[in-house]
Design a protein around this ligand. Structure first.
Ligand code: JB3
Length: 218
């Protein structure tokens, strides 16, 4: 038997939420339901009909008063995920980590809260991964990397040792990052990029090697 305080609330009900739910259910985590702007038109998660959509973000405070505590923000967009994560924290919710049993996380890595680590991902010794980060399918963070809050390390990305990644960074699908470089906050590296030198804040870059494309809004 689970009670509301054990049962997980998810913010989001799209593709990322479905991947996250797959991990939660596989790990035996009871799920109360999801919040989506599509409620009440949509009443359950597409393809996971056993998971109800129980409201919108406007219901967060009521759900907290009713005893819900565990939360996970399951939205791919880094800025929106960051905003909703802060909102949930302010209300008093407790973000949980959802780690696939098929991921490998070193016991010598430090993880914040609200993090998902998908199947095949590797987080090696000495890494520090901040709150609200997505370490997606088959991506890897080698030794001694630091990852700021609300980043997304997309599927198949390989980050070598000692890399520093600022807040809100998107490393697109299949990026490769050589050891020791820094990637500035809110920068976006396009899919397949090879990062061989430091990337400043708020920059869109891509290519092999990754080159500056344009500054991104602050
Ligand atoms: O690349 C991979 C493996 N996954 C991507 C993921 C990281 O990001 C995935 O392919 C998607 O591109 C994206 O997933 P996400 O964020 O689930 O996007 P999408 O599948 O388009 O679903 C959007 C869903 O986000 C909507 O159906 C809503 O449920 C939810 N959403 C959007 N805005 C929101 C809000 N939910 C809440 N509660 N509040 C919002 O403001």
């Amino acid at each position: 038997m689970s009670c509301q305080s054990d049962s997980l609330l998810l913010i989001g009900a799209g593709g990322h939420a479905r991947s996250v739910l797959d991990i939660a259910l596989e790990n035996g985590q009871p799920v109360a339901g999801c919040l989506s702007p599509d409620y009440p038109t949509l009443r359950s998660v597409p393809g996971l009909e056993e998971i109800p959509i129980i409201g919108t973000d406007n219901d967060l405070e009521r759900l907290f008063r009713e005893g819900h505590r565990k939360i996970f923000v399951a939205i791919g967009n880094n800025r929106l995920r960051g905003r909703l994560y802060r909102q949930a924290l302010e209300i008093g919710f407790e973000p949980v980590n959802l780690i696939s049993r098929y991921a490998r996380v070193s016991r010598y890595a430090r993880l914040g809260r609200g993090i998902c680590v998908m199947a095949g991902a590797v987080i090696n010794i000495g890494c520090t991964v901040s709150d609200n980060v997505i370490v997606n399918t088959n991506s890897s963070l080698d030794h001694d990397c630091t990852v700021g809050p609300s980043c997304h390390i997309a599927p198949g990305t390989a980050v070598s040792g000692g890399v520093s990644i600022g807040e809100g960074v998107q490393l697109g699908t299949g990026c490769s990052v050589i050891d020791g470089v820094s990637i500035g906050a809110w920068s976006f590296l396009g899919a397949g990029s090879v990062v061989v030198s430091d990337i400043p804040d708020h920059l869109l870059a891509y290519g092999v090697p990754a080159k500056r494309i344009q500054a991104l809004p602050r």
